[in-house]
Ligand binder design. Structure first.
Ligand SMILES: [Zn+2]
Length: 304
């Protein structure tokens, strides 16, 4: 399986969910083995910030990358889009500190990336293949990753909020590009109306609105169109997980089980995976049913 980048440059702009500032973005194709690299064009010297675990500087309400005091926040939905489509290499230029939230999901990112076209490169993908289980937990919250007998990537996620509209939801699936696009990518971020003031006082959610988040009051969902899936909340958590797990730096072959996790615990798992070198192997040749599995060329163009 080859590495992928995009064929054409994408440009768009939008408001940051937490900063509330408008940011212009340009996503460009990039060379093999580059990974996903952010560039802050508005900062002197245009510093580069690679999307990798060592550059994560915050995980409260969003995942933030930073190098030497220069940061890019709320990277998780865009990273999930790259990961879910199997795009390994791209450069993301921004003129502000936060990736635009757009509609609060990865749907527009997917649409733009697919519109630009995917391009297979010559270098092979390298996979991080889990061989022994790794678990991180905090009280009753946990994330566990285990070896996959099918040499596959799957997520089994459950949430349990003390709110009648969210409450207990679970989602479980193996992933292919199409399952990611159909089942997870359009699920929006969500928040509770009674927490909005406190978030804003802490400099968060300043760009949040009904256009980019599902907002829940004590008695109803405030968005006019309602939900995109009856269990949109847990599906969004799966989307966040995809973005966060991509910070391991390689596509993962393994089965994730998560209960009430969030960015902080997701990132702890990534750190533990990278530390526990005896729990996984690197492979560029997977023996499996290539037609069905994740990151496989289902509908993607052949080597160009
Ligand atoms: Zn999210």
């Amino acid at each position: 399986m080859r590495q992928y980048t995009i064929k054409e440059i994408i440009t768009f702009s939008g408001i940051g969910l937490h900063s509330g500032t408008n940011v212009n973005v340009r996503i460009m194709p990039s060379a093999e083995n580059t990974g996903i690299v952010f560039i802050r064009k508005d900062v002197a010297g245009s510093p580069r910030i690679k999307a990798e675990a060592g550059n994560v500087i915050a995980t409260n309400y969003a995942t933030t990358l930073g190098v030497k005091g220069v940061k890019v926040s709320t990277v998780e939905h865009l990273l999930a889009a790259f990961y879910g489509l199997g795009i390994d290499n791209a450069v993301v230029e921004l003129d502000g500190p936060e990736v635009p939230v757009l509609d609060g999901s990865a749907a527009h990112f997917i649409e733009m990336l697919e519109g630009a076209g995917l391009k297979a490169q010559h270098a092979l993908k390298t996979y991080l293949v889990i061989k022994k289980p790794i678990k991180v937990s905090e009280g009753d919250k946990y994330v566990l990753i285990q070896p996959s007998a099918d040499m596959d990537f799957s997520i089994d996620y459950s949430i349990d909020f003390a709110h009648p509209f969210v409450a207990r939801q679970s989602f479980s699936s193996q992933f292919s590009r199409d399952i990611f696009k159909d089942e997870v990518a359009s699920a929006r971020t969500f928040g509770f109306l009674n927490e909005v003031e406190a978030l804003r006082a802490n400099g968060l959610a300043r760009g949040g609105s009904l256009n980019n988040a599902v907002v829940i009051s004590d008695t109803r969902i405030l968005n006019e169109g309602g939900l995109r899936y009856p269990d949109e909340f847990v599906r969004h958590k799966v989307l966040d997980m995809m973005g966060d797990i991509s910070l391991a730096g390689m596509p993962i072959i393994g089965c994730i089980s998560a209960h009430r996790s969030g960015h902080a615990l997701n990132f702890k798992l990534v750190q533990q995976i990278l530390r526990k070198r005896d729990c996984w192997e690197v492979s560029d040749s997977l023996e499996r049913e290539e037609s069905k599995r994740f990151f496989i060329e289902d509908g993607a163009p052949a080597l160009a």
